[in-house]
Every structure is written in C-alpha cells, then in structure tokens.
Ligand binder design. Sequence first.
Ligand code: UD1
Ligand code: UDP
Length: 400
Amino acid sequence: MKIVTIIGARPQIIKAAALSRAIRNHFADRIQEVIVHTGQHYDENMSQVFFDELQIPRPDYNLNVGSASHGIQTARMTEGIEALLIKEQPDFIVLYGDTNSTLAGAVAAAKIHVPIVHIEAGLRSFNKSMPEEINRIVCDHCSTLLFTPTQAGLENLKREGFSIDESGVSTSSTTPSSGTAAPTIDNPKVYHCGDIMYDNSLHFSTVAEEKTTIIRRLDLEGKPFILATIHRDNNTDHAERLNAIFNALLRLAEDNIIVLPLHPRTAKMLKTNLDTEKQTLLFSHANIRIVPPVSFLEMVALERHAQLVMTDSGGVQKEAYFFKKPCIILRQETEWVEIVATGNAILADADEGRILQAWQHFESHPATDFPPIFGDGHAAEFMLSRILECRACHSKSDLL
Ligand code: UD1
Ligand code: UDP
C-alpha cells in the first residue's frame, strides 16, 4: 500500500515523525510512504531541524511554495499536490491538522478521488474568522478516514452529521474496528484514537533530557521560569491584542524569568505592532530570554522544566498538559476543551487582566491532577492498522 503524506508547517513535520517511525518499526513490509513537503515553512529552524533531530525521512518532493497570501499559497500547493498525486497514484493521502497545506491536500485529493486520511479530525473552535477553522472543516468533510484525538472531536463530528458506528469507535491502539462496508468519501469512518503528538512527547521525553543543553545555555538550571509562545495571526496582527499580551509578559517579568522562542511571524509583527518603548524594554529585559524558534527536543526540555506555559499554540497547549504543567491560553477559545475542563488550563484571551489573574490562580492553586485524555501513546500504530484494514476492505469489494 502506498500513502502520500503532506507536510508543510512546523507542527505537521513534528507529527509526521510519529507516523514515519511507526511505519519504519511495524509496517515497513506493508506500507510505502511518499513524503511531500509543501514548503509552507522553510527557515532552517522551522523545518530542516526537525528532519535531522526526529529522524524523519527526507521528503521525496518539496513544492517550495514559501509564504504568500492564503489564496496564492493554497493555490500553488493545490496545483503541486494534484500533479504529484497523479504521478504517484497512492492508495491514500494523509493530511495533518488544519493548515493551508492541509486544505490544499484535501482539495487536490478529493477532486481526483484519492481517499483522504485526516489526522486530528473533528476539532473545532467555532470561530470561522480563524483560517484554521475553515481548513479543518473542509478537510473533515472531504475525508474517508477521520482520526480524532479527543472525545470533543468525536462529538463535533457527530453534530455535523458524520454517522459514528459506536462499536467501531476505539480509544485503544489494539481494538480492531468493526463493520465491513468499505469506507469512502460518502461513507466516511471516524475513529477516536488518541493524539499523535502524545506519541511523540512520550517517545522523545527522555531523549530531550539527554540530548539538549538549552536549560544550561539559557541559565535556567534550578530556576523556575515561564515558557511562552505566541504566533496566532489574531494576536500578532492586531496591535491592541499584541500590546495587551506583552504588557502582561512585562508585568510578570518583574518577578519571573520568561523564555520566549519567537515564531518568525511574531518576530516580524513585533516590529510594526508593538509600541516602541515596549520593544526596547522587551529586548533588553534581564528576565526575558528571547530566542529563535527552538528544536523539538529543546522545546520538550523547556516544557518539562517550566513552571507554567503561556501560549496561543494548539500543540504547545497540549504538550503543557502532557508534561503536567498549568497553561494560560492566549485565545478566546480552544479546540482542546478537555484541558480547560480539567482546570489545568485557563482561557485568558489577549487580556492583560485575565492573564495576570490566571497566573495568580495557578500560584495559589498548583495544578496536580492530569487525567489521561490523549490516548496511550500508540495512536500512530492504531491509525496505520485502520488504514491497512480500509485498503483490504476495498480490495475485497473490488473482487466481488
Ligand atoms: C501556520 C498555520 C497555523 C499553524 C502555524 C504553525 C495556516 C493558515 N496557518 O501559521 O495554523 O499554527 O503555521 O507554526 O496554515 N515565516 C518565515 N519563515 C518560515 C515560515 C514563515 O519567515 O519558515 C513568516 C513569513 O513572514 C510568513 C509568516 O511567517 O508570512 C506566516 O507564515 P504562514 O505559514 O503563512 O503562517 P503561520 O503563522 O506560520
Ligand atoms: N515547537 C518547537 N519549537 C518552538 C516552538 C514550538 O519545536 O520554538 C513545537 C512544539 O513543541 C509543538 C509544535 O511546535 O510540538 C507546535 O507548533 P506551533 O506552535 O508552531 O503550531 P500549532 O500547534 O499552534 O499549530
């Protein structure tokens, strides 16, 4: 069986590491993976670093689309992906998450009848002003196999009319699915199977400790610190929101060390959207360590050692939870509602007062209970088994 995997943005490259590893370790004799990098992210520290560090096979193709408006970027990717699908004739295309690379893969594949596997299906912010919300809805509704990491994702898909065969819903990597009707785009199959990012965090947790020096390099040994990441366009591209977030960070930096690996979008937008005096203070502050984007292993090391995480990233919110750290979410809403429900994350939006209140809350109520809500760390193996099953089901019906 041949699959084409589409990656492009940083978190997709990281997620792909788990699937490629599972193929290499358990399915090498049955699954051939062709990796297509759209080139959405291209800086060394947003792309190549992950291939080197996480042992992801070199992409077979790179479309090198680079940055552009949503329309232009998505159109360039769609054109490139369509041509490669026609050339490669895969059994499935595998798409991750909700970026423009995901959308392009979905549109290209659905129109030429290549079945889509969507990993991280069903997540919703219920905010269609987010580009990602459009991307994930389109992708889900063009997919044949949908793998949702959370119960909320499953419920969202039910609400949108996906028929869920409860006996086929599995939260375990070992439970086989039931039912014999071959899944198709018009008869899609949904699985609740845990989070592929959790697979990675478990796998790389100890390695990160052994192989990185970032804690020492940033002079953080034995010191509590806040780990912050900000990149959501809704925060970076609106001066008022960006200033409110950085007001809160500067207030917290009076008594705390803050580590801020800076996404290139944020690095660019800080120059235009953050008040000049705040820029000066931020970049010269003794308690604020601003660093370029770090590698995944370095990020895991930072997450493991941080006292608290502040972020608008989807992946970093979850990783805070995996490593049992409280999280202040710099957004109005989150797709990862379960972590808020456990009390270990607080939605504070880009609101200085609410961010500081959330900080106070976690100071007086340290987070302790992190129930296992993201699966068993073997989501990738589960997904690959179901994809093979689906392929076998189609071969059988072709013979009838
Ligand atoms: C994209 C995804 C977002 C995801 C994020 C992960 C979409 C619509 N957005 O957002 O869902 O959370 O990736 O990080 O797909 N840039 C560089 N170098 C790079 C990449 C980007 O300088 O290697 C700069 C460019 O100025 C570019 C800007 O960052 O215009 C934004 O990049 P883009 O890929 O369009 O969106 P992200 O904000 O990264
Ligand atoms: N990440 C990283 N280096 C960084 C910041 C984030 O390796 O400097 C990792 C992080 O650990 C997580 C993923 O990137 O696995 C999240 O990606 P990002 O925040 O860019 O996007 P999102 O998850 O919001 O789509």
